[in-house]
Design a protein around this ligand. Structure first.
Ligand SMILES: NC(=O)c1ccc[n+]([C@@H]2O[C@H](COP(=O)([O-])OP(=O)(O)OC[C@H]3O[C@@H](n4cnc5c(N)ncnc54)[C@H](O)[C@@H]3O)[C@@H](O)[C@H]2O)c1
Length: 266
């Protein structure tokens, strides 16, 4: 069972879990209508005959809201095998540090960092309370697991970009909190990883493109592969980090960036 969002990368992950035979997904988002739409889409493509899906509203900045989400998850699905945390906010307009308001800085930390902390903490508590299961029936050496958590970082978890200080700070924190929670959770059989995409074709980036002139052309130049990522390409990395194939991977910042962070030369 999985926690995703009703937009962009979260939507792509939910659809991929459904297509790949997951028993169920819970789609949690501040925008509950979008979450409901994704549930309907998942049901249409699910390959598991027992597939169950539910949408729920959550505000990841609120402790009670995140706790309610985890409680509902266990009531409905009895277990949480994976928690994929795709909720976040992006930059719509570049602002230099000298003109950056405290309120704007805090807004990014609230959603992208505090929200990620709350989801990761509550998922850790929920997973620690459940019985371990074999990672793979056919490969017993892989041991047992209580679950896997995947947080969405960014290329901005590794490098800086002009004018996006709050985003960069919040995404460096996302990688740090993923690494530390991976360490704290390792002996409990819970893996935590951070997927770090660069520009991906989602509503977040389309909004940025409408606010920043020339961004679309810039992306083509800045990305060595020469194009924006499809959300499905990020979802592939998320599914890998949830699957038995990544049973020895924890605490990693997994770049999915078409080579964007390889060079400073653009
Ligand atoms: N799209 C990109 O280019 C890109 C690149 C690197 C990293 N990321 C990261 O990937 C993640 C997903 O981005 P996306 O492009 O799919 O964005 P998106 O805007 O399409 O989706 C983000 C979702 O988060 C939800 N959300 C926002 N605040 C919330 C809150 N307080 N509680 C619950 N839900 C909330 C929104 O309603 C939205 O549905 C984000 O963390 C983003 O920073 C995106």
């Amino acid at each position: 069972m999985h926690i995703l969002t009703g937009s962009g990368i979260g939507r792509a992950c939910a659809l991929l879990f459904a297509k790949e035979g997951a028993a169920g997904v819970m789609v949690a988002d501040l925008a509950v209508d979008a979450a409901n739409d994704v549930v309907a889409e998942c049901k249409a493509v699910a390959t598991n005959s027992q597939f169950q899906a539910e949408a729920i509203q959550v505000d990841i900045t609120q402790e009670d809201s995140v706790r309610r989400l985890m409680g509902r998850m266990i009531d409905v699905f009895k277990r949480m095998d994976y928690c994929v945390n795709c909720a976040g906010i992006g930059v719509q307009k570049a602002v230099d540090i000298a003109g950056m308001s405290l309120a704007e800085f805090q807004r990014f930390l609230d959603v992208n960092t505090v929200g990620m902390f709350l989801v990761t903490r509550e998922a850790s508590i929920t997973m620690r309370a459940q019985e371990p299961q074999a990672v793979s029936q056919s490969s017993p050496g892989r041991g047992t697991t209580r679950g896997a958590i995947v947080n969405l970082g960014s290329g901005s978890s590794m490098i800086a970009t002009p004018g996006v200080l709050p985003y960069t700070a919040s995404k460096h924190a996302a990688l740090g909190l993923s690494k530390n929670s991976a360490l704290d959770n390792a002996s409990h059989g819970i893996r935590v990883n951070c997927v770090c995409p660069s520009w991906t074709d989602t509503p977040m980036v389309r909004e940025a493109m409408s606010g920043v002139e020339g961004l679309s052309k810039f992306i083509e130049t800045a990305v060595p592969i020469g194009r924006i990522a499809m959300p499905e390409e990020v979802a592939d990395a998320v599914i890998f980090l949830c699957s038995p194939r990544s049973s020895y991977v924890t605490g990693c910042g997994f770049l999915v960036d078409g080579g964007t962070t390889l060079t400073a030369l653009r």
